[in-house]
Design a protein around this ligand. Sequence first.
Ligand code: CU
Length: 172
Amino acid sequence: MNKKVKISMLMLMGFLAITSCGKKETVTTESTEVNETTTGEGQQPEAASNVLVIEGNDQMQFNKAELRATAGKPITLTLKHVGQVPKEAMGHNLVILQEGTDEGAFTSKAIAAKDTDYIPASEKASIIAHTKLLGGGEEDTIEFTIDKKGTYNFLCTFPGHSAIMKGVLIVE
Ligand code: CU
């Protein structure tokens, strides 16, 4: 429990530090705590928590290209669409693919699957997990477990997005 709290605090501090560039008071007070938590967390691997959060925005970007998790334990992944554009124009989902999936072929099938929110029924075997298709301000949390260590590609299958909106989930 402590680790989780520390990690989320660390992430929070990171955001604060980024968002409050101009406000020197905030940065100074918070950075002391960041140092403390960093020291305490030093012994723990980065993947200690299987709670993952990733954001998509109106600029067609995920805020992370790499996610890490531990094999054999439930992973909770939340995708947040932090933009404002509705899903018809700037929809985002996050689809995690089995290793070895032909991404080009998968994406072609996906962008044609508008009726099922760009999740192609014929390619279910290639999908480990996926979120719903989200519009601005929406979020979705999914839970899944990956037993086999490896590097799994993830992408957004909304038409035209996967060239930029993609990354890897490293399972250790
Ligand atoms: Cu997208």
